[in-house]
Design a protein around this ligand. Structure first.
Ligand SMILES: Cc1ncc(COP(=O)(O)O)c(C=O)c1O
Length: 433
C-alpha cells in the first residue's frame, strides 16, 4: 500500500460502481435500509476491502489513514503479522473449543492477563464482546455482594445488551428498551460528592470508565478515581472499571487505572484484546469475588464461544506485541504530539474548537455544534483520513488511531485536520450569512 494520500483518485470504474451498488442493495434489502441511507449520506458509500497497519483501502482503490481505529479495536493496526500468524496456526489445529477438555489457549491468556493486570486481579471469564464482558461484571457484582443496585455516570457507555444498556448513560439508546434492569442511578462524571450521595445499602457496585470514550472523551481525575476506590472500601461496594476502550495501552499505560494507582475489584476488556483480528471480551476479578461467584457452581455463568482457542491465540499474541513493541510509550508520545498540535489549532479557531482533551491516543475535540464535526469528518474523508464522532456526544470528534501510528502519520493528520476545520468554519459562516 502507498502512504501517499495525494494519490487518491475519484475515477471509479463502472464495475466498481456496480459492486458498491450491489452491496448497498444488500444492506437496503437484508441488513438495514436506515443504515444504508445513513452511510451513503455520511459519505461512506464505499466497501472496505483491505487493511494493513494504519491504512485501510476501499473497493474504489482509495487509501485512508485510519484515525478511528475501530474505536479501540485496531490498537495494533490492521492485520498485525504476529497476530495473524498466531490465528493461522490455531486455525489449522482447532479453532473452536469442544468445551469438554482443557483449553490451553484460554488458560495461557488468562495467566498472562493475571500477570499484567493491576493488583490482585486474578481470574478471567472470557466472552465475545465488550457488552458481554460488562454483563458478566454486573452479574458477578450482584452475586459477590448479595446486593442489587448499580451507580453509573451520565454519558457512560458500557454496551447495548440489556444489562450493559441499563448502566449506559444516554436516554436516546435506553428509552426505547425500557424497562431496563432496575436500581441503576446515574450521576455526573468526575463528581465524587454526587457519587457518595447516590450510594445506598442496596448498591452492589459503581461502574466507571477511566476515560469516558463514547461520552465525549472525558478523562477521570486521579482524585476522583482514588475517591471512588475509598468510597467502595468504606461502604462495602465493588468498583467495576470498564477498560473495554481504554485497556491495553490506549491511554499511554497498559490500563487506564494505572494513571491513578487504583486497583478495581472487577475489570472488563474487549476491543484491542483481539489484536484487531478476533472478537473477544474478558472480565477479570479477584480471587475473593471468584470464590463467591463460582465457588459452589463453576458453571454459574458460561458462554459457548467465549474463550475459544482462535480468539485466545489472538489475545495472547496481541498482549505480547503490545509489550514487545513498547506501544504504551508510543501511545503516550504520539498522543502528546497530537494534543499539542490540536491545542495549537484551537488557538487559531477559538470559536470553533471549544476544547481539546484526552490521554494517550484517546483524544476528543469538542465543537459548539454538531454540524462542525459532521463537516470536518466529511472533509477529512475527502482527504483520505477516517474520523468519527463519539456515540453519546456527537459534538466531539474522537481521535483514536492505532497505537503503532508514526510521527509522520500524526503530522499528516494534524495538517488535514487543520484544513478540515477551516473548511467547516468557512462553510458554516457562509450558511449563516
Ligand atoms: C467502555 C465500553 N464498554 C463497553 C462497550 C461495548 O462493547 P461492544 O460494542 O463490543 O459490545 C464499549 C463499546 O464501545 C465501550 O467503549
Amino acid at each position: 500500500m502507498t502512504t501517499d494520500l495525494m494519490e487518491m483518485t475519484d475515477e471509479i470504474s463502472p464495475e466498481i460502481e456496480a459492486r458498491i451498488e450491489y452491496v448497498a442493495d444488500l444492506y437496503r434489502e437484508s441488513v438495514s435500509p436506515g443504515l444504508a441511507r445513513l452511510m451513503m449520506f455520511a459519505g461512506f458509500g464505499d466497501i472496505e476491502d483491505y487493511g494493513e497497519g494504519c491504512l485501510l483501502r476501499t473497493a474504489t482503490g482509495k487509501e485512508y489513514l485510519d484515525f478511528v481505529g475501530g474505536f479501540g479495536v485496531f490498537s495494533l493496526g490492521h492485520r498485525h503479522p504476529k497476530v495473524v500468524a498466531a490465528v493461522h496456526r490455531q486455525l489449522d489445529r482447532l479453532p473452536l473449543s469442544t468445551r469438554t477438555f482443557f483449553n490451553q489457549q484460554m488458560g495461557e491468556l488468562a495467566k498472562k492477563l493475571s500477570e499484567i493486570a493491576p493488583g490482585d486481579l486474578q481470574y478471567t471469564f472470557f466472552s465475545n464482546s465488550g457488552a458481554e464482558a460488562v454483563e458478566a461484571a454486573l452479574k458477578f457484582a450482584r452475586v459477590a455482594t448479595g446486593k442489587t443496585d448499580f451507580i453509573s455516570t451520565n454519558g457512560a457507555f458500557h454496551g447495548k445488551t440489556m444489562g450493559a444498556l441499563s448502566v449506559t448513560g444516554r436516554e436516546k439508546y435506553r428509552k426505547p428498551h425500557e424497562p431496563l434492569i432496575p436500581g441503576v442511578t446515574f450521576v455526573p462524571f468526575n463528581d465524587l460528592i454526587a457519587m457518595e450521595n447516590a450510594v445506598t445499602d442496596k448498591t452492589a457496585a459503581i461502574i466507571i470508565e477511566t476515560v469516558q470514550g463514547e461520552g465525549g472523551i472525558f478523562v477521570a481525575t486521579t482524585e476522583y478515581m482514588q475517591g471512588l476506590r475509598r468510597l467502595c472500601d468504606e461502604r462495602g461496594l465493588l468498583l467495576i472499571v470498564d477498560e473495554v476502550q481504554t485497556g491495553l495501552g490506549r491511554t499511554g499505560k497498559m490500563f487506564g487505572v494505572e494513571h491513578h494507582g487504583v486497583v478495581p475489584d472487577i475489570m472488563t476488556l474487549a476491543k484491542a484484546l483481539g489484536g484487531g483480528v478476533m472478537p473477544i471480551g474478558a472480565t477479570i476479578a479477584t480471587e475473593d469475588i471468584w470464590n463467591r461467584v463460582f465457588g459452589e457452581n463453576p458453571l454459574l455463568h458460561t458462554s459457548t464461544f467465549g474463550g475459544n482457542p482462535l480468539a485466545c491465540a489472538a489475545g495472547l499474541s496481541a498482549l505480547n506485541a503490545t509489550i514487545d513493541e513498547n506501544l504504551c510509550q508510543n501511545a503516550e508520545e504520539r498522543g502528546a504530539q497530537l494534543l499539542t498540535g490540536l491545542r495549537h489549532l484551537q488557538t487559531q479557531y477559538p470559536d470553533a474548537i471549544l476544547e481539546v482533551r484526552g490521554q494517550g491516543l484517546i483524544i476528543g475535540v469538542e465543537f459548539p455544534r454538531q454540524e462542525f464535526p459532521e463537516m470536518a469528518i466529511n472533509g477529512l474523508t475527502g482527504m483520505g483520513i477516517i474520523a468519527a464522532y463519539t456515540l453519546n456526544n456527537p459534538k466531539v470528534i474522537r481521535i483514536e488511531p492505532p497505537l503503532i501510528v508514526t510521527e509522520a502519520q500524526c503530522a499528516t493528520f494534524l495538517q488535514a485536520f487543520g484544513q478540515a476545520v477551516e473548511f467547516a468554519v468557512s462553510l458554516l459562516e457562509g450558511l449563516e450569512e
